[in-house]
Design a protein around this ligand. Structure first.
Ligand code: MOS
Length: 742
């Protein structure tokens, strides 16, 4: 029997209408009766102790309900370092314990929370707090401090092969790369509304990428059972990693709400978003790469340092891709973190790899010119047939198809191998490309599927969707599996009371949750077939295994005439609905014999003004091997977003400090530049769209990170092709291009 396929790869995002009409309710927008408003007062020194806080004037300010600081913060179980018996508290709050002590660890650290009847009153009173400090000397200047390696934490190192390979290489290039701090800059700021339903029962509306993770964190903070904490996050207005953990607003709102016995809302201001929700750490990298005359890599040495805060150690995989993206016998990597008196960095789109691939992919490009070889041909020459680090075969790797399509779509034939030799209308023209790679595992998930008597299917899981279109992708997986129309399927997320779903991060949601949805549909189909045999007279005595669920009912593979709709079947079985809950395991439980990664290859055409060195991105072709593409529209949007982020990283973004005070000097969109519409060129997205046979039954690999990883290098490589000037310090500004002599 021929399957009648529904239009699974078409249609808008499932939540598009809600988002564009304003019906979508974000964390700060929930209406809660008797709500009070909390506003942080932040430190105006970078390091030291708070000597005194004088609240007397602020407390008299209109509408002020309370002012919470370390002076009067209630005792919080999760803030205790030790249990009463003196052993380490295993349920300690992860991160800085806001409002807990008199220590100032970075400039702009929240030191008090003003709680008032209105946001205006809280803001007004926040200016009236008088704070005095004992200042201490501090270090915020990464470029200066990193030169003293004794100040960094001990390195993590990796070596394989023989170093003499690189020493004796026929051709070698070596360079240093600097990337400043970049911040997530989502539209929706971090926001928390905390409501204590009773003494030990908490409901929280929060911007989070992981409702279950936030639930667990708050349960530990207040030493109450998980089930006593409910986290609601219906929509997330962008996150890119900055809602993977709970920042100061979360405990502060909950502590304040408990203290004043009223719901409290804390929303970070835009300037606070530059400082209080993590960021891509600043980094320095050194990369050496050598090849033989034919272009075969003989050695890669990749060293990196990135900053962390003084109070937490944040590490990411900056040097990891250098170990396995290409075939190379000798590889040495070394990665250190350097504590500074700043707030803690965090994962930000393509964490680690985006930084590392800028150095790796820029260096390979440079090597291609030394060899006088096409940079794509050089990469093909060094294609890794299996993962050279783990020695495992790839579950799938279609990078070569990305190269072919990328070259075709960007018109790579038009590229000149000699830099600076191509012009259009008086502008220098350059073509560049670079690759991205990221892990493609999956984790555990649980999904509930409820098939109602009206034939509609509801899927549920406690996840949130920061924007990639999880709802859309999940309904499409179910629609395809059950061969039923999309409009009969809905996906409910955003509530920790639903079956436990994964935190959305690391490009794993589609693979993780999609597997659970797929398996839930499989189970549902089996149940329906069993019900048909049991209750539908026409199917009596048939084998359930010969039945088929599609088009909203059960049919027989043996007799095409037979069909009973799910609705009729449930009626016969006297069931108002059919409900199943399905768990799926993660790749860690699978004993994988394969290396699982997603790959991307980005192709860029730039125009550079020969007098001003202004860079205009003329065109981008971005290609990816992300396995099977579940939802073309939303997957394409991920890739477009990656390009926007890549243009920002390459040309614009840089958080700046005043090292005299330790303050950030450009904590606004006037000072911190992000790409705007005119900065984004015509972009073509192409997917290999071949299912991965190993990672999961749906064939999808991750997509979010590889959309972005490699883009900055592709742009830098195109600028080099246009000008013969290789900028290794991001962002690439006209001043930096001009300063390079060639
Ligand atoms: Mo992300 S950095 O996987 O939120």
């Amino acid at each position: 029997m021929k399957k009648e396929l529904p239009p699974v790869n078409e249609g808008p995002r499932a939540d598009a209408l809600d988002k564009v009409t304003g019906k979508a309710t974000y964390a700060a927008e929930h209406r809660v009766p008797n709500l009070a408003y909390g506003v942080f007062v932040c430190s105006t020194i970078a390091k030291g102790t708070i000597q005194s806080i004088d609240e007397s004037v602020a407390l008299k300010s209109e509408g002020v309900i309370d002012i919470i600081s370390h002076k009067n913060c209630p005792s919080i179980p999760g803030y205790a370092t030790q249990l009463p018996d003196g052993t380490r508290n295993p349920k300690q709050w992860w991160g800085m314990k806001v409002l807990h002590d008199n220590q100032v660890r970075f400039y702009g650290q929240p030191i008090a929370l003003i709680v008032a009847e209105t946001i205006e009153q809280a803001n007004a009173a926040s200016l009236l707090l008088k704070v005095s400090y004992q200042k201490e000397t501090f270090e915020t200047d990464f470029n200066l401090i990193r030169k003293d390696l004794s100040k960094a934490k001990p390195p993590s190192t990796y070596t394989r092969g023989n170093a003499t390979n690189l020493e004796q290489a026929a051709v070698k290039v070596e360079g240093e790369f600097n990337i400043p701090i970049e911040v997530h800059s989502p539209m929706e700021p971090q926001a928390t509304i905390a409501v204590w339903e009773s003494e030990d029962k908490l409901t929280v509306y929060d911007k989070t990428q992981g409702p279950k993770a936030t639930q667990g964190a708050l349960a530990r903070l207040f030493n109450i059972p998980d089930k006593n904490v409910r986290v609601i996050v219906n929509y997330v207005g962008g996150a890119f990693g900055n809602a993977l953990r709970n920042w100061h607003n979360v405990p502060a709102a909950c502590i304040a709400a408990k203290k004043i016995n009223r719901p409290v809302k804390v929303v970070l201001t835009r300037p606070q978003m530059f400082n209080l929700t993590g960021y891509r750490p600043q980094s320095w990298q050194q990369l050496k790469i050598g090849a033989d005359q034919s272009g075969k890599f003989v050695g890669i040495v990749h060293h990196a340092i990135s900053n962390t805060s003084r109070y937490e150690e944040f590490r990411e995989g900056i040097v990891n891709a250098s170990r396995f993206l290409y075939a190379c016998d000798y590889v040495e990597t070394n990665y250190r973190i350097l504590p500074l008196d700043v707030s803690t960095p965090t994962w930000m789109r393509g964490p680690g790899e985006a930084t590392g691939c800028f150095a790796l992919e820029s260096s390979i490009d440079e090597l291609s010119y030394t060899l006088n070889m096409d940079p794509v041909e050089l990469r093909i020459k060094n294609f890794a047939e299996k993962n050279p680090e783990s020695k495992l075969p790839w579950s799938s790797n279609y990078l070569k198809e990305c190269y072919d399509k990328g070259r075709e779509l960007i018109n790579w034939n038009n590229r000149a191998q000699k830099p600076g030799s191509l012009q259009e209308n008086g502008w220098l023209v350059g073509y560049g490309m670079a690759n991205g790679v990221f892990g493609a595992g999956r984790s555990q998930a649980s999904v509930r599927a409820i098939l109602n008597a009206d034939g509609n299917l509801v899927l549920q899981s406690a996840v949130s969707d920061m924007g990639p279109g999880t709802t859309t992708a999940m309904t499409k997986i179910a629609a395809e599996n059950l061969v039923m129309p999309l409009n009969k399927i809905s996906f409910k997320l955003g509530d920790s009371e639903l079956p436990p779903g994964p935190t959305q991060g690391g490009s794993t949601t589609t693979s993780t949750l999609g597997t659970a949805v797929y398996l839930a549909c499989e189970t549902l189909k089996k149940s329906l077939c069993t019900l048909a045999v049991e209750y539908a007279p026409a199917f009596k005595n048939m084998e359930a295994s010969t039945l088929l669920v599609q088009n909203g009912g059960v049919s027989s593979t043996l007799n095409k005439e037979l069909f009973i709709s799910n609705a009729d079947l449930l009626k016969l079985a006297n069931k108002p609905f059919l409900e199943i809950t399905q768990d799926s395991q993660g790749t860690s439980a699978m004993e994988l014999k394969h290396a699982t990664n997603s790959f991307s290859s980005h192709f860029v055409k730039v125009l550079v003004n020969p007098k001003t060195f202004k860079v205009k991105i003329a065109e981008v072709v971005t290609t990816a091997d992300a396995g099977k593409i579940i939802s073309e529209n939303t997957a394409r949007s991920q890739m477009l977003g990656g390009v926007v982020g890549g243009v920002g990283m390459a040309l614009l973004e840089e958080l700046k400090f005043d090292h005299q005070t330790g303050a950030i000097t450009n904590a606004s969109f006037a000072g911190y530049q992000v790409p705007l519409h005119p900065d984004i060129p015509k972009t073509t997205v192409w997917f290999v769209n071949k299912p991965d046979p190993i990672i999961n039954p749906i064939g999808a690999k991750g997509l979010g990170e590889i959309a972005f990883i490699g883009l900055a290098a592709a742009i830098a490589n195109a600028v080099y092709n246009a000008t013969g000037k290789r900028v290794k310090d991001l962002p690439i500004t006209p001043e930096k291009i001009r300063a390079i002599k060639n």
